[in-house]
Ligand binder design. Sequence first.
Ligand code: ADP
Ligand code: MG
Length: 346
Amino acid sequence: MKLGIIFGSSSTEHEVSVVSASAVIKNLNKKKYDIYPIYIDKNNEWFEVLDDPKDQKIYKIGELPTNIKAINNVFKYLKSMDCVFPVMHGAYGEDGAIQGLLKMLDVPCVGCSILTSSVCMDKVYTKKILKSAGILVAPDIYIEHDGTDFFYIPDDYNIKKVTVIDIDKLVKENFGYPVYVKPSNSGSSIGVSKASNKDELNVALYEARKYDRKILIEKAINAREIECAALCDLVSLPGEILSATEFYSFDSKYINSKSKTVIPASVNNEVIEEIRNIAKRAFKAIDGNGLSRIDFFVEKKTNKIYLNEINTMPGFTEISMYPKMIENMGINYSELLDKLIEEAIK
Ligand SMILES: Nc1ncnc2c1ncn2[C@@H]1O[C@H](COP(=O)(O)OP(=O)(O)O)[C@@H](O)[C@H]1O
Ligand SMILES: [Mg+2]
């Protein structure tokens, strides 16, 4: 089988995608698959990677493939594949665009559909769908900007132009500080910050707006971060993130080796079963197929469970939470890849 592995792209998570893809290529069964690594650089130029997949090394954050050759006719190249596995994180890849391209070319593609991936890439829309399924999410204020002004977008879309002073008032009226401010479309904590007063809110809003037109301001939940893996119709036992820093930033995700994961999470059985039940319902609500990592906040004082976000292409290194939670179900990394490919071509 000719299997294309697409990674990179102009997403802010370019480097993470390169690392994830190197682990996928390394662990694929070389007897089963003829592997064609396809690298999209930050200018969205497409390249074949000429290194032999049998000698694939695991990249470190920041290392990029160098032994590459431009692909002249991308459509023709993709069309010659029996299946493609996009290992892309963030906008320009995890947002359904790559599935759209492959669908038009009639090439089977690993993972979620266009709809599911685009909905899950956009936290504003993910939350609207989850709420309609009765799933608890952190209370938020939804703001947009046009490069000059901010706009408050309430549920009824009676949109109002607002200043940071107005937004500060909205925060105090709705849930108070501290809050998390985040781009609606992002990942790997890029553009996410915590704010405890109006000045920090101001800084956080300007940081988030670098990455997206849409911004969410959420009540900070004082919580444990617990995640669950969905694979086809299976839902794993949850795992817990023990972040090296107060919030699970880019640095604590990929650089600070003090961050730890615990699988299964040490929470009581009732909480475990409730998390798995919510994960199952959420995966259905977003019409999920293939895979997703579903991330929760479990409030420390109350054990209340909030769904934070759904990643349709979660981090995929050998030590990433998603493959680890699947491994805990007795399915090793290579078998996981086989299952995902089987599902894509069936
Ligand atoms: N409402 C919140 N309450 C508490 N912590 C939060 C909240 N929102 C985000 N965080 C912290 O910020 C991190 C990144 O935010 P998240 O929404 O998961 O964005 P990303 O898609 O970049 O992972 C989370 O893992 C968590 O540590
Ligand atoms: Mg997250």
